[in-house]
Design a protein. Structure first.
Length: 136
């Protein structure tokens, strides 16, 4: 069976989001279709994945809070810094996390949250011990 899975983002201003993702994250827009002033379908290539987008409407309202996308990169500090410089806001700062990653979360200007991280290569026992120490 051939299959693929990609996130679909329903946004208030897809045109502005596409521009932000291109300028800030290097996205490449593949397709863009409009009906009147609304983008009814767009797709972009971003970090090796296809992401589809559209403007919110009666059938697909803009979710609140927005979606969370998890992104693994070599240098989360650098990428989060670039995102913040381009208007994102910190949800939680980049730090070594007890679940075995260095990462943080930001919300881009379009409401999408990005969990940006890199693995720290802890063993499952080390991760569980760190979580237990937090009282979780």
């Amino acid at each position: 069976m051939t299959a693929s899975l990609s996130p679909k983002l329903v946004l208030a201003d897809t045109a502005a989001a596409l521009q932000w993702y291109a300028d800030t994250l290097g996205a490449e827009v593949d397709q863009r279709y409009v009906a009147g002033d609304s983008i009814v379908f767009a797709s972009m290539q971003l970090f090796g994945a296809t992401v589809t987008l559209k403007d919110g409407d009666a059938h697909d309202p803009v979710p609140s809070p927005g979606p969370i996308l998890e992104l693994t990169v070599d240098d989360p500090d650098d990428l989060v810094h670039r995102m913040l410089d381009a208007g994102a806001e910190t949800v939680f700062p980049v730090a070594d996390q007890p679940y075995g990653a260095r990462g943080g979360r930001v919300r881009d200007p379009h409401g999408v949250q990005w969990l940006v991280q890199t693995p720290l290569w802890l063993t499952p026992d080390q991760v569980q011990a760190a979580i237990d120490a937090m009282g979780g």
